[in-house]
Design a protein around this ligand. Sequence first.
Ligand SMILES: NC(=O)c1ccc[n+]([C@@H]2O[C@H](COP(=O)([O-])OP(=O)(O)OC[C@H]3O[C@@H](n4cnc5c(N)ncnc54)[C@H](OP(=O)(O)O)[C@@H]3O)[C@@H](O)[C@H]2O)c1
Length: 295
Amino acid sequence: MAALDRSGSFTLGDLTVKRLGYGAMQLAGPGVFGPPKDHDSALAVLREAVASGVNHIDTSDFYGPHVTNRLIRQALHPYPTDLVIVTKVGARRSEDGAWLPAFSRQELTQAVDDNLCNLGLDVLDVVNLRAMFDAHGPAEGSIEAPLTVLADLQQQGLIRHIGLSNVTSAQIAEGRGLCEIVCVQNQYNLAHRADDAMVDDLTRDGIAYVPFFPLGGFTPVQSSTLSNVARSLGATPMQVALAWLLRRAPNILLIPGTSSVAHLRENLAAAELRLPDDAIAALNGIATSIEGDQR
Ligand SMILES: NC(=O)c1ccc[n+]([C@@H]2O[C@H](COP(=O)([O-])OP(=O)(O)OC[C@H]3O[C@@H](n4cnc5c(N)ncnc54)[C@H](OP(=O)(O)O)[C@@H]3O)[C@@H](O)[C@H]2O)c1
């Protein structure tokens, strides 16, 4: 069995992906804006990911904008038949890089067209509607109008499957009443566990939960407990953070981001790391102690 296969697999609609994939956001320039600092290194990371067996890449045309999708196309097109590229729409970038909502029919249709064009595809495998009621975290508000637009584009054959991102449980319920939802992408990691109940609900319902910032995002998680567990297992803290997520629930799919081939290899090796129960217990205490500190 190849190393990455040890992470297991999960289905997004009719598409099967390995549970350990890759998130392309870090390939754009600083602040996810503009070109990468090293174009050839960015291509090398993408090629190494696929060569290592990754068949799930997360992206968006608003990374750059257009930058990560064009890198993916340049590095990997024509794509391996089993590669699933998941993108997201619902936001746009201002001239100075700010993240703004883009929920109108015209903006969503344009975003799907841009993703198709920049990725060089006729159909997008999975499109997440990225809610922007609050750009920094889930906030209530109806997603009926924008989701109806995506469902229409799905009917037209431009989108295979639909997911949601940065959403509340109420929005997931609303979305599931409108169309099939195959995945939810929210912020979650061993130090940020606001979605614990949502993860359990989605496990029960067989829907993928894809945590963004699985390593903590722009400032990776740091914790003495994490470092101690990693040391005791001969692993790195980032590998332990990923292995904890793989163990957390079978419907969790990982898309850790990196602009470095060395970090990519380190992260993918987490597929083979098994955490003993005492390590899990110690790691489960990290979020609790952080919440306690914030009180
Ligand atoms: N739906 C949404 O709203 C949303 C929001 C954010 C992200 N996302 C998606 O989620 C994916 C993952 O999020 P993310 O990339 O922002 O955060 P992440 O995976 O939690 O962490 C990425 C950060 O960790 C560093 N890193 C990665 N591997 C490392 C290692 N082995 N050792 C030390 N540092 C390491 C990276 O720096 P280096 O480049 O130096 O390795 C980068 O700074 C993104 O690529 C994107 O596709 C979605």
